[in-house]
Design a protein around this ligand. Structure first.
Ligand code: ASP
Length: 432
């Protein structure tokens, strides 16, 4: 009886806890369990636990296409002023480009300070094929889907954004005749947001499984030889998040950065464990709207766009890795090479898909642009998942920060919601 009561007490305690705390605990437990499995020679158990994480990530991915489309259509119909929509778009692109270039500079600085490539032997590396950047004009031409259903089936976010904007615009332009469809989308949006909430409430279990898998597969000993690359990327992400986003939020928007990071913690952790910013999109949308009070008119546009083109973490990682490879091969880089790295890494990060490992493939583009040997990519590949987690988390944090800053500048933020500590939880499920 007593043990049953205490078990009930533990369950109650767990289910009453705020979601971000559950996720944070799951993360720590997953690392500890994974390291224990690795140390006891059981990495295959960690690999089988990964399936739980895969289920969670697939469930979030299931939401991406309907969520982007429906929330963007609703976002469009809630702003009837077309000029305003254009202004939000321009602000977002400007913010994304500037912060990305800044991230690479921090990455290069980390590479110079930590000198991670000094003393690394690259002689056993395997050859790696360079990646070709798609021609710029092709990227632009691709934005218009010839078949919106194919765009949805392929999960092509830019094409879905384009079609949703045009569709929402047309609903606005038809006036009263568009009211039934506007109401339909409002109702559909409420349903999809509820579904998102339900799936996100399973995040702690997905996060635990994925962390167990990563820690169980890598263990501590595998990480040590390249520890300085890991430290340089992690510290760079940390500095960029804290100084650049924190500074912009404080100085430009006069908003509390502490509240921002509290409100964005769920997408930051889900991005960290899933290593996919596109996959985290539903969590970012829910957190920014519910925890930080951003109106849909801004977030439904800036977040999907950011998840596609804004990758500050990826850009910073490319800066660190370019220096790592240069140092490991004893190549001296001059000012013009540094500028080339900043330009190509900015473009490469825009072209990087928000999926695990995409940044590593684009790294070969950056290395090729300054004539660095591609064998370095193979060495980085060994620890890429660990780096991917940090850079994806920064990528997503950047999208959320841009969204909050732009929403504030447009007066599209509910300050009471922003200032109220954490709300994201799923009471219906908890009380069930
Ligand atoms: N995994 C990253 C993301 O989804 C992209 C990358 O590999 O850099 O944002």
């Amino acid at each position: 009886m007593t043990s049953q009561t205490s078990r009930k007490g533990i369950f109650r305690f767990w289910f009453d806890m705020l979601l971000w705390k559950q996720i944070a605990i799951a993360l720590v437990l997953g690392v500890a369990f994974g390291i224990a499995l690795n140390a006891s020679g059981n990495p295959e158990i960690a690999a089988s636990i990964k399936h739980v994480g895969t289920l969670f990530v697939s469930a979030i991915k299931m939401l991406i296409v309907p969520l982007i489309f429906v929330s963007l259509v609703c976002g469009m119909t809630s702003v009837s002023d077309i000029g305003r929509m254009g202004r939000i778009g321009l602000k977002a692109i400007f913010f994304y480009l500037c912060t990305t270039a800044f991230a690479i500079v921090i990455g290069l600085a980390m590479g110079i300070i930590f000198a991670p490539g000094v003393g690394v032997d690259l002689s056993t590396a395997v050859a790696v094929e360079p990646t070709q950047a798609p021609p710029f004009i092709q990227t632009v031409l691709n934005i218009i889907p010839t078949n919106p259903f194919a765009a949805a089936a392929d999960g092509n976010v830019l094409q879905i954004i384009f079609f949703a904007i045009m569709f929402g615009l047309a609903i606005n332009l038809v006036g009263d005749a568009g009211k039934p469809i506007r109401d339909f989308f409002e109702s559909l949006n409420a349903v999809i947001m509820k579904l998102t909430e339900i799936i996100i409430s399973f995040a702690p279990y997905g996060v635990f499984a994925l962390m167990t898998w990563v820690a169980g597969t890598y263990g501590l000993q595998l990480l040590l030889p390249l520890a300085s690359v890991i430290v340089a990327v992690y510290l760079g992400c940390f500095i960029h998040g804290l100084v650049v986003y924190g500074g912009l939020l404080t100085i430009v928007s006069r908003l509390s950065p502490v509240r921002f990071f509290q409100g964005a913690i769920e997408p930051m952790i889900v991005a960290y464990t899933s290593a996919s910013s596109a996959g985290t999109l539903p969590v970012s949308i829910a957190a920014v709207q519910q925890n930080l009070g951003v109106k849909r008119s801004v977030s439904s546009f800036t977040l999907p766009l950011g998840a596609t083109i804004n990758m500050d973490g990826t850009a910073m990682y490319q800066g660190v890795c370019a220096l790592f490879v240069a140092q490991a091969f004893g190549v001296d880089l001059g000012m013009s090479e540094y500028i080339t790295i900043i330009l190509t890494a900015t473009l490469a990060s825009i072209g990087t898909a928000g999926v695990p490992g995409a940044g590593l493939i684009m790294l070969s583009l950056v290395l090729t642009s300054v004539g660095l040997p591609l064998e370095g990519v193979a060495i980085i590949a060994g620890i890429d998942r660990i780096l991917d987690m940090a850079r994806t988390s920064l990528n997503v944090t950047g999208d959320c920060a841009a969204t909050v800053i732009i929403a504030k500048s447009e007066g599209e933020i509910d300050m009471e919601a922003y200032d109220t500590p954490h709300v994201m939880k799923t009471p219906e499920l908890r009380d069930a």
